[in-house]
Write a new protein. Structure first.
Ligand SMILES: NC(=O)c1ccc[n+]([C@@H]2O[C@H](COP(=O)([O-])OP(=O)(O)OC[C@H]3O[C@@H](n4cnc5c(N)ncnc54)[C@H](O)[C@@H]3O)[C@@H](O)[C@H]2O)c1
Ligand SMILES: [Fe+2]
Length: 406
């Protein structure tokens, strides 16, 4: 993930150097609480720190649904005041972080608790970091820009996708340029996170499907990355198996807590894996669909994924075949080509079974050159992908997406 911000490099030697740098950046892990009501146990855990006033960061939708109420009630019962900032927007911009930060300072908050999807978590990460460092949110973007630890940060994810509760990154958009900025710093990893299926029960089917495919994509891109290690494979492989087994169930019945818990864990594993390996072309191209046409992050991944799997069918055949066998989709006697085909078919069948909107409103060939250039800038040499694509090949992917969604 660190690699995303570094000047594009192409040689094997430079990738090896980057791999070393990535390994040297520590990835602390949050204290993880699991299961129903773990969000309330998280609050009890927070009470041991002696906080007086906590900034609760969420979005308007979740606030309106009353999702945060049991948590703020438990905080109050334990003598901790809560101040609510509910202005987070999808793919939050700097103004969101600044508003929340002002509220934090005005109220003298001594801790931050994010309740929401990746958007709320990322905004809260940057608020907590900016609160203790004499830098603006903009100045904190980049790699290791903060000197001091962040304000104590706690997280309750309400989606199962980004795995942001486990990552050393945060994504904040520049509202004027529409460019997504990445912050990389182990100081943004929360002290503790609760993966509570109950808080995810009301997540709409489409958000469940979109975010679940985000988790799957993190794991798949990590699995085929040249930076993968036995440790990242452990997490990405387990995450993929969990998604195959549970995502459809979580979509069909939001109250299926076993499926919800499994998906929350899959997302967490994806976050742990991508911390060390970075991502790939699915994300590099999906980010362009997000910034250019406002396609939600997970849905954009779902639209791009089949096309990059086709690219990787040959270039990552050994890796994908090994994954097929790990997931019991192929046997040891199947040839790699057949095993890879079975894996790709499984992913495509899952995508077809999910309620994911495939339309990209406004998609237009005249944007493709700029989009392809931006995707190349993100991916080339900085993601350790099995095969690098040229501009023409990326434009062809965009063209196929456009034809299929027309
Ligand atoms: N920091 C990281 O490592 C990392 C990794 C991947 C993506 N991201 C970022 O995360 C953001 C996307 O996060 P996301 O996909 O979780 O979506 P999100 O946080 O933007 O939420 C999407 C929508 O779903 C609603 N929602 C969320 N949980 C709900 C629930 N339980 N019930 C009802 N509605 C619910 C929200 O109100 C919102 O309208 C993007 O900005 C992306 O860039 C960060
Ligand atoms: Fe993602």
């Amino acid at each position: 993930m660190i690699t995303e911000l570094i000047t594009p490099v192409r040689s094997k030697a430079q990738l090896t150097a980057l791999k070393l740098v990535t390994k040297l950046i520590p990835s602390p892990t949050p204290n993880l609480l699991l299961g129903t009501e773990s969000r309330l146990r998280l609050v009890e855990h927070m009470a041991h720190f002696g906080f007086k006033r906590v900034l609760l960061v969420t979005d308007d939708v979740l606030f309106g649904l009353g999702v945060i109420d049991p948590v703020s009630e438990r905080l109050n019962a334990l003598g901790i005041e809560s101040v609510v900032y509910s202005g987070v927007t999808p793919d939050p911009g700097f103004s969101v972080v600044e508003e929340g930060l002002n509220m934090l300072h005005q109220n003298g908050c001594d801790a931050v608790l994010a309740i929401g999807g990746g958007s709320s978590i990322d905004a809260a990460k940057v608020m907590a970091l900016a609160a203790t460092n004499h830098k603006t949110p903009q100045e904190l973007m980049g790699v290791l820009k903060a000197r001091k630890p962040s304000l104590p940060l706690f997280v309750i994810p309400t989606t199962a996708g980004t795995g942001s509760e486990a990552t050393i990154g945060a994504v904040i958009a520049d509202e004027t340029t529409h460019v997504k900025n990445l912050l990389i710093d182990p100081k943004v990893v929360p002290l503790a996170a609760a993966l509570d299926p109950e808080i995810m029960a009301g997540m709409p089917k489409s958000v469940t499907a979109d975010t679940g495919i985000d988790a799957l994509t993190h794991c798949l891109e990590s699995w085929v990355s040249d930076f993968s290690t036995p440790e990242t494979e452990f997490h990405s492989g387990a995450g993929i198996k969990l998604v195959f087994k549970h995502l459809e169930k979580a979509c069909e019945n939001g109250q299926d807590y076993e499926a919800r818990s499994a998906m929350a864990l899959a997302a967490n594993y994806g976050g742990l894996a991508l911390n060390k390996t970075g991502l790939g072309y699915v994300h590099a191209i999906a980010h362009q669909l997000g910034t250019q046409y406002g396609v939600p992050h997970g849905r954009a991944n779902a639209i791009v994924l089949p096309h990059i799997l086709e690219v990787n069918r040959h270039s990552a055949q050994t890796r994908l075949a090994a994954l097929a066998r790990l997931c019991d989709l192929a046997t040891d006697t199947d040839a790699d080509a057949l095993a890879t085909d079975k894996l790709i078919q499984r992913v495509n069948a899952l995508l077809a079974a999910l309620p994911i909107a495939r339309e990209v409103a406004g998609i237009n060939e005249r944007h493709f050159t700029t989009m392809a250039q931006a995707a190349m800038k993100e991916a080339h040499g900085t993601y350790a992908v099995p095969k690098y694509l040229n501009k023409k090949e990326i434009i062809q992917v965009l063209r196929t997406i456009s034809e299929q969604t027309a």
